[in-house]
Design a protein around this ligand. Structure first.
Ligand SMILES: [Zn+2]
Length: 218
């Protein structure tokens, strides 16, 4: 199941203000940070924070009160498409590290199957296939990434791409450690979690992935 199955709903008053703001011909990305919409940003942050209680990409804790370490994430970046800046399905909350790392990296799977050309979205997509990354409103995270503490294993192309643009194995990489040069307790927890998988196909895939990591690391 997707993390978010009820996108935020804005009050009529908020919708009116959002419409006034975005219909201004001079409306630009920087206006997202304006003081006059601080209450709208707070409403968005609190709504998705209360709903998900963690960073969507790395699954780690976010601040429970503060705006620090609880950033409103625009899944399609503001810089790519200003039309989706208040789009409920384009929003979630993430931690400071993911926010700083993901930035404006491309997430839209917008190559037209017929023309093979890039086709920017005019309307917000309604399905998972429209995105290169795992989408909090459309995808089940666990289908794409296996996570055990600071260790992430990709289970699909979306998982691979999400891990790449958010550098999810960042803790292991930051300290120059090979992915499987883990402490005994980390390795124990990892194997334990994999061996407790009840879906044997998934367990097999995870064990094969681990095997290939061992071969790469040796
Ligand atoms: Zn994160």
């Amino acid at each position: 199941m997707a993390d978010i199955n009820k996108p935020i709903k804005f009050s009529d008053q908020f919708l009116k203000r959002i419409s006034q703001k975005t219909s201004d011909p001079n409306f630009k990305i920087e206006d997202w940070s304006n003081d006059d919409i601080q209450d709208i940003r707070k409403y968005i942050r609190d709504y998705y924070r209360d709903l998900t209680k963690k960073c969507f990409y790395c699954r780690k804790e976010i601040s429970l009160k503060s705006a620090n370490n609880c950033h409103i994430e625009h899944i399609i970046p503001k810089s790519s498409n200003l039309n989706f800046i208040f789009e409920p399905k384009n929003l979630c909350v993430i931690c400071s590290d993911c926010n700083e790392i993901k930035l404006a990296k491309e997430v839209e799977n917008k190559i037209d199957k017929v023309t093979k050309r890039k086709k920017p979205y005019k309307r917000y997509p309604k399905s998972s296939e429209a995105f290169l990354i795992i989408h909090p409103h459309f995808d089940n995270y666990d289908d794409h990434i296996f996570q055990c503490e600071d260790i992430y294993i990709d289970l699909s192309p979306k998982g691979t791409y999400t891990m790449y643009i958010c550098k999810l194995n960042r803790k292991l990489h930051k300290y120059g450690i090979e992915p499987l040069a883990l402490s005994q307790s980390e390795l124990f927890d990892l194997f334990n979690k994999i061996m407790n998988e009840t879906n044997f196909t998934r367990q097999g895939i995870l064990l094969n992935k681990l095997r290939s990591y061992f071969i790469k690391a040796s």
